[in-house]
Design a protein around this ligand. Sequence first.
Ligand SMILES: O=C(CO)COP(=O)(O)O
Length: 133
Amino acid sequence: MDIETGHRKRIALIAHDARKDELVNWVTEHRDTLLRHELLATGTTGRLVEEALQTPVHKLLSGPLGGDLQIGALIAEGQVDVLIFFWDPLAAQPHDPDIKALLRVGVLYNIPTASNEATANLILTGLLAVMDG
Ligand SMILES: O=C(CO)COP(=O)(O)O
């Protein structure tokens, strides 16, 4: 897959079902900043973000069907700059091994990763602001 490179950063967005509303609210709040970058997401999350922002999102498979692994592979290939992953701390997921694999490569490749709004805000206001010059 070719994700546009250059000045724009590639931001992967993922949320488990119990936290999708939280992610949709967050992307809506930060719409102007996010629209300056390239967005990719797991299937269902991507559809919701597209609807909320009215902008195209590169959608991978749904998480339980391999979407986490696809985003992990893109991280390994150097095609993701930021990972925003609102995972569910209260419910077991059937694809837990895939989630672990994604989080593992995120650490391995030193990808700024947020699992909650507080950290996601810091990444946007800090890291992306610096990146944007
Ligand atoms: O399960 C997910 C991440 O582990 C998210 O997948 P969806 O965005 O397809 O719901």
